[in-house]
Each structure stands twice: as C-alpha cells, then as structure tokens.
Design a protein around this ligand. Structure first.
Ligand code: NDP
Ligand code: 2IT
Length: 448
C-alpha cells in the first residue's frame, strides 16, 4: 500500500498515461512501495518534479527492421531503444529479441536497469532495447541479416559516451558479433565500447559470459551467510536454461548446492542426481536444442511439459532465471508448501506481485533481480574499462572484481535496509540504495 500522496499522484498519472503497459506499471508500483520512507523525508523532490522525471524515459526510439529470409521473403519487425536515465552515466543495458517484446516490456526493463546500474558502483545510466523478432528456428544467415538491419538504424543512437547496448534474452555472443560488425562497417571505426558481450578476439571480456549467473550466486551467498546459511547441501531449482541459468547452475554446484531442475519455455527437466551440466551445455550451446533432449540422454532424468510446473519440484532454494512473471502466486505457494527457505531472483522481475507477497509473507529469504543479477551489467562495465585502457584482464581478475562488486551491492542494500528500519530486507534495500544515488545526481543537475 502506497500512502505517500506525491507517489500516489505520480503513479495515478503514469497509469493514466500508459494504461496499456502492464509490465512497466508493475515495475513502477513495486519500486514506489519501497521509496515511501525516503520520499517522505525529501519534500523538495516534489517541487523539482523528481519522481515525474524518474518515470519518464529521456528518449524512446522505435524503428522498422526489414529483413529477407532464406527463401527471399521479406519480413518487418519492430525495433526499440529506450534511453531511460543518464543522470549517473551513459545509458547502458541489453537488447532482447523475443516475440513478446513490446514497449511495455522494454520500458520495464529500462526502468529496472536504472536502479540496477546505480547499485553496481559503476557510472552507468539505464537503457534497454530489442525487437519482437523471434530468433528460434532461424538460420545463421537470417540471424545475421536481421542483426545487420537492426544495427543499420540503431547505430546512430549509440556510442560509448551515449549508450552502450549488450545482450539479453535471444541476444548472445553470435548476435553481438553481427551487430558489432555492422556498426564498425557503417562508422568505419573500431569503437570497442559501443557494445558489450563481444567475443574475446575483438574486445570482449573474460568472465562476461559467466558474470550474470556467477554474480547471482555471489550475491545470494552473502544473503545466505548473513542469515547463517549456505548453499552447501541444498537442493536448488534454477528455472530457464539460457545464459543466466547455465552459469547460475554452474556456480551453485561450485558452492556445494545441487541443481535438480531446469527449464525452457516449453517444459522442465528433473534429475534427482543433479543436472549434468556438460550434457546441458552441449544441448543448449552447441546444438541449440530443446531441454527435453536432456531426459532422452540422461538416465534417471524426466521431462515434464509446461515451464511453470517446475515450481512443483520440492527444493530448498528456488532461483528463477528465465523471464518476467514466470513465478505467479500459485507457483510461489507450491515452493513455500514444499518447504523452501529462499527465493533468489535471477531474471528481471520473475515474480508477480502476488508471488512476492506470498514469499515474503511466509518469511522466506527473497532477493530482487535488480540487485542479484547486476553482475552481468557490472562486468559489461568492466569490459568497457578494458576497452578504454586497451588491455584485457585475466579471468581471475575479472571474476574477483565481479565478486567484490556483488559484495558491495549486498552491503549497500543491507545498509539502506537498516536505515529504513527493516534490516536484511533486500527488496527495500535495493530500491532505496539504487534510487538515492540517481536522485542525488538528478537534483544536482537541475530540471533536465
Ligand atoms: P537466454 O535467451 O539466454 O535464455 C532465456 C531462457 O529463458 C531460455 O531458457 C528460454 O527458453 C527461457 N524463457 C524465455 N522467455 C520465457 C518465457 N516467457 N517463459 C518461460 N521461459 C522463457 O536469456 P538470458 O539467460 O540472458 O536471460 C534470462 C533472464 O535474465 C532475463 O530475464 C534477462 O532479462 C535476465 N538478465 C540477463 C542478463 C544477461 O547478461 N544476459 C543480465 C541480467 C539479467 P526458450 O529457449 O524455450 O525460449
Ligand atoms: O538485464 C541486464 O542487466 C542485462 N541484460 C545486461 C545488460 C548489459 O549491459 O550488460
């Protein structure tokens, strides 16, 4: 419940202005609930229109992306780049290629990115982009032509001092490579810092591939330690099986936990012996196949249709790493009833508001994605640092920096939660700590 009048007025305005953007409204409302205490303490913010400006992107670009498939047929997709907030640094955030992409999804992701990037301790503003293009089943040549067409418009809006995209759902090393190549061809310069997640031979950073998943576990490990617990011996569900889920699962095993279930958008696999990641990585990275193949190849494993059914698997810790709203209240209740003690978000906004209330209400440990998955964009920031100094750090150096950043994020969230009178509340802490830095910078820079 939001009681602060100023926040309520802005929320009503946003709802009236963007009634057809449910994901964006969901993200704004969740953040506002956490910000009440600090907004109460800063009456000067209202006169400066700080919150109105905070919820309105600085710029939104939408564009046509025409491309020709292998049969010579032309298709037209829609491209987006939302440059949400540049108060603390140039816009930074990924690109998502998925049929569900629309302005609401990109705005919610860009909004979350502002606070996430603020938490990383690095100077990065918030942005996000993508397209409703579906990469599934497309040939390499089709992916290349799409990426080239996408970049033929996007290139004029980006740059290391303006806006630096990266990957997200449906955009990995292959797509980043094609987009970087097209950018370089158009501008006739090697601007390494124009996009991150690049291949290692042309300016990418070691450990960027692993960073989001590893970072989730480093952050979760701090939360567990603070609560006198650890990953050791815990049964863990990691939903999804993309970049984030794969390396989250790998780090869970390294920290002594056992990942027993993973999923894709069609269904989930359950392996009581612990998921064999060599097999899973081969299926996903080399063969780009469905996760159901795992159950055909590994004795004792089973495949169940329906990705949301994964929450029926009994576990101690649930780590949703696939997509937004993948765990609803019903899913959360199953996780709680089966005796889990923690839900650590890996994806962006994977829990519905009903699920968050259920999990927190039942006293489980809960961490929001904007804090726990910030290691991906933080390591993108480290990739840009290496591009700028024309050097590359070893895997161990980057991994250590990532680990330290995740510890700092935990400390910042903890400190803010204590100052707000709710020690250990990571949702409150992440929203408040992330926001205060941006708010201070926005106030200092005047009404722009
Ligand atoms: P990938 O494209 O590598 O993998 C996405 C995975 O989630 C796939 O297993 C996919 O299944 C599944 N998935 C996608 N959409 C849905 C859906 N609507 N319902 C159920 N499952 C779905 O993406 P990432 O691993 O990079 O991203 C996963 C999440 O992590 C996203 O929320 C993203 O925003 C977030 N994130 C990513 C970062 C990064 O560095 N990549 C950084 C921080 C956050 P299928 O193959 O069947 O589509
Ligand atoms: O949601 C995210 O933080 C990302 N997809 C990573 C963004 C980035 O710029 O590395």
């Amino acid at each position: 419940m939001i009681t602060n009048e100023y926040l309520n007025r802005v929320l009503a305005d946003v709802k009236q202005r963007d009634p057809n953007q449910p994901e964006f409204l969901q993200a704004v409302e969740e953040v506002f609930e956490s910000l009440q205490l600090v907004v109460d303490k800063h009456p000067e913010w209202e006169k400066a229109g700080l919150i109105e400006r905070f919820v309105e992107p600085e710029r939104m670009v939408m564009f046509r992306v025409p491309w020709v498939d292998d049969n010579g047929v032309t298709h037209v997709n829609r491209g987006y780049r939302v440059q949400f907030n540049s108060a603390i640094g140039p816009y930074k955030g990924g690109l998502r290629f998925h049929p569900s992409v629309n302005l609401s999804v990109i705005k919610f992701l860009g909004f979350e990115q502002i606070l996430k990037n603020s938490l990383t301790t690095l100077p990065m503003g918030g942005g996000k982009g993508g397209s409703d293009f579906d990469p599934k089943g497309k040939s390499d040549a089709e992916i290349m032509r799409f990426c080239q067409s996408f970049m033929t418009e996007l290139y004029r809006h980006i740059g290391q001092f303006t806006d630096t995209p990266a990957g997200d759902i449906g955009v990995g090393a292959r797509e980043v490579g094609y987009m970087f190549g097209q950018y370089k061809k158009i501008v006739d310069r090697f601007d390494g810092g124009v996009i991150t997640g690049k291949g290692l031979t042309y300016g990418g950073s070691l450990a960027r591939t692993e960073a989001t998943g590893y970072g989730i576990c480093y952050f979760s490990d701090e939360v567990l330690k603070y609560n006198g617990k650890s990953f050791e011996g815990q049964d863990v569900i990691v939903s999804g099986s993309g970049n984030v889920a794969q390396y989250c699962a790998q780090k869970v095993f390294q920290l002594g936990g056992k990942v027993i279930a993973m999923s894709d958008s069609k269904g989930y696999i359950y392996d009581p012996n612990g998921i064999n990641l060599d097999v899973l990585f081969d299926i996903k990275q080399n063969r780009r196949a469905r996760i159901s193949v795992y159950a055909d190849e590994v004795a004792g494993a089973k495949y169940v249709e329906g990705c949301a059914n994964i929450w029926e698997v009994p576990c101690n810790i649930a780590m949703p790493c696939a997509s937004q709203n993948e765990m609803d209240e019903e899913g959360a209740k199953k996780v709680i009833a089966n005796g889990a003690f923690a839900v650590f978000e890996g994806a962006n906004m994977p829990l519905t508001p009903g699920a968050i209330n259920a999990v927190r209400g039942a006293g489980l440990l809960y961490t929001p994605g904007k804090a726990s998955n910030a290691g991906g964009v933080a390591t993108s920031g480290l990739e840009m640092s290496q591009n700028s100094i024309r050097m590359s750090w070893s895997f161990e150096e980057v991994d250590e920096k990532l680990h330290n950043i995740m510890k700092s994020i935990f400390q910042a969230c903890l400190k803010a939660s204590i100052e707000c009178g709710h020690p250990g509340d990571m949702m409150l802490g992440a929203n408040v700590a992330g926001f205060l830095k941006v708010a201070e910078a926005m106030m200092a820079q005047g009404v722009v």
